[in-house]
Design a protein around this ligand. Structure first.
Ligand SMILES: [Zn+2]
Length: 493
């Protein structure tokens, strides 16, 4: 029996057509092997006011299909908010789908409920629920923060994409291009790194050449997409390889003392920041009479888990905002192209009628008058052509950006490859504070993680005997905490 799937789409009231996003969902289903006749489309109209009823109708239909057709094994949706805006609803839907062995695939961010064998992928429910809650809040706070950043950059009259990276400049079209005065040295950074030079050695070399670059800046050059077009592909790839190798080396060698929650985990009794007892791998209070201690492995693992979910949320929102801006910019460019093309047409016509007037119709008798008019027109035409050329280039650039970079989707596991320092940075930027509670001296019973810009903590309850963590009705399975501090876990495997 051929497998079938359901596509939950929302059509705008204006057009009955699929949006670009829904098309992507459709293509994803095709890619997964569903034939067009086996893709069931449930569409609901986007109607602002009665959204909840429309939603409910769509979901009821979905359930009817699932219950009457056992061939259905997957539901596709562009984002979590298509499934439901309220956390409770999305929870019951997840349970419903799990019970019926129906998978759920979300495009943005990239989330999949079940693995190939039909088991829930660890932690996916909580990821879904957090995104649903965020959809409910429409990530207002995040949006505001992004808006503020953009506004500030605009006020400072800077390139809207952020600070100008080293070696780059913003040209008249406000595009980033390689600064020709430093281009040879920027390229050398790549060539040297490809030869195996460490960032530190390159830093020294560049310092000898008169640049004050940090290791961090050099790393950003090597990894920066902006620079990719200025070196050949082979060198670029080689550089990425060398970076990876060095990183693994570094990771084994140092970074042994990165604690994600250092400075944000607080004492439940006095509220002060807990001290990191590195040899015992425990957080504990040195400010009050609380003698309890809290496992760094558990607290950090849970905090990292929540942090990356919120980090994805922020990245997705940021890209969304950037994409909207880019689309607006492209609209303007396209309008300009239209206007310039029109003018160019007019001038071209004028030019041919001018020649006709002189050579054929004899309307213009004076040769000097004719050549003056002709030259004036030709120079106008040349200017318009140049302008059009430039606009087309801008248009191509921005379209490329919209199609590639800004359409990127994220997976919850993408961030596990980051360095310990980067993970710590993400935890500290996403999480405001963490509280632990325990009854016995060394057993954590409850970890409450308070993300910034979120209206409530994510609370994990931990079973002191099995060390399984639960939040609301979600149980993170056996390997929920893969301690990030493997090098320091003494006496255990
Ligand atoms: Zn205390």
């Amino acid at each position: 029996m051929a497998k079938k799937c359901i596509l939950l789409v929302r059509v705008s009231t204006k057009k009955q057509d699929f949006t670009e996003q829904e098309k992507e969902c459709y293509n994803l289903a095709l890619k997964d092997g569903y034939t067009p006749s086996n893709i069931i489309i449930i569409s609901e109209k986007e109607s602002g006011v009665k959204l909840s009823e429309e939603e409910r109708a769509g979901l009821t239909k979905m359930k009817q299909y699932i219950e009457t057709d056992s061939a259905i094994d997957c539901v596709y949706s562009w984002e979590v908010s298509r499934i439901a805006r309220r956390k409770k609803i999305s929870f019951s839907i997840l349970d419903y789908l799990k019970e019926h062995n129906v998978n759920l695939k979300i495009n943005k961010p990239s989330l999949t409920l079940l693995d190939k064998d039909g088991n829930e992928i660890i932690g996916m429910s909580i990821a879904f629920s957090i995104f649903a809650t965020m959809a409910e809040l429409e990530a207002e706070m995040l949006k505001e923060r992004v808006k503020r950043t953009f506004k500030k950059l605009k006020e400072e009259n800077k390139y809207i994409g952020g600070n100008i990276p080293f070696g780059m400049m913003v040209n008249e079209q406000r595009e980033l291009t390689l600064d020709p005065t430093v281009a040879p040295d920027v390229r050398d950074i790549f060539y040297l790194h490809a030869k195996g030079w460490s960032f530190k050695r390159i830093e020294k070399e560049m310092s000898d050449r008169g640049y004050k670059l940090t290791r961090h800046t050099i790393e950003r050059v090597i990894k920066g997409e902006n620079y990719k077009q200025y070196v050949d592909e082979e060198t670029w790839n080689k550089c990425q390889e060398v970076t990876e190798q060095n990183k693994t080396f570094d990771r084994n060698k140092q970074h042994a003392n990165i604690y994600y929650c250092k400075g944000i985990v607080r004492c439940p009794e006095c509220g002060k920041v807990l001290w990191t007892h590195t040899s015992q791998l425990q957080y504990m209070c040195r400010e009050c009479s609380n003698t309890k201690s809290y496992s760094i492995n558990i607290v950090d693992s849970l905090t990292w888990y929540v942090s990356k979910i919120f980090y994805i949320g922020e990245q997705v929102n940021l890209k969304k905002e950037q994409k909207e801006n880019a689309l607006k910019k492209r609209d303007i460019i396209e309008k300009k192209i239209e206007t310039v093309s029109k003018n160019l047409n007019i001038k071209n016509k004028k030019y041919s009628s001018l020649e006709e007037d002189y050579y054929v119709n004899d309307k213009i008798k004076d040769y000097t008058v004719f050549t003056n008019l002709k030259e004036k027109l030709l120079s106008q035409i040349e200017n318009l052509k140049q302008e059009l050329n430039l606009l087309n280039k801008q248009n191509a650039l921005i379209s490329k950006q919209i199609n590639s970079e800004l359409n990127k989707s994220y997976n919850i596991n993408d961030f596990d490859v980051l360095t310990e320092i980067q993970k710590q940075e993400i935890c500290q930027s996403m999480i405001e504070k963490v509280y632990c509670y325990s009854t016995e001296k060394r057993t954590i019973i409850n970890v409450s993680i308070f993300p910034k810009n979120f209206n409530k903590p994510i609370i994990f309850e931990i079973n002191p005997y099995t060390h399984k963590a639960t939040t609301t009705d979600i149980i993170l399975k056996d390997d929920w905490y893969k301690p990030h501090l493997t090098t320091k876990r003494k006496g255990r495997n």
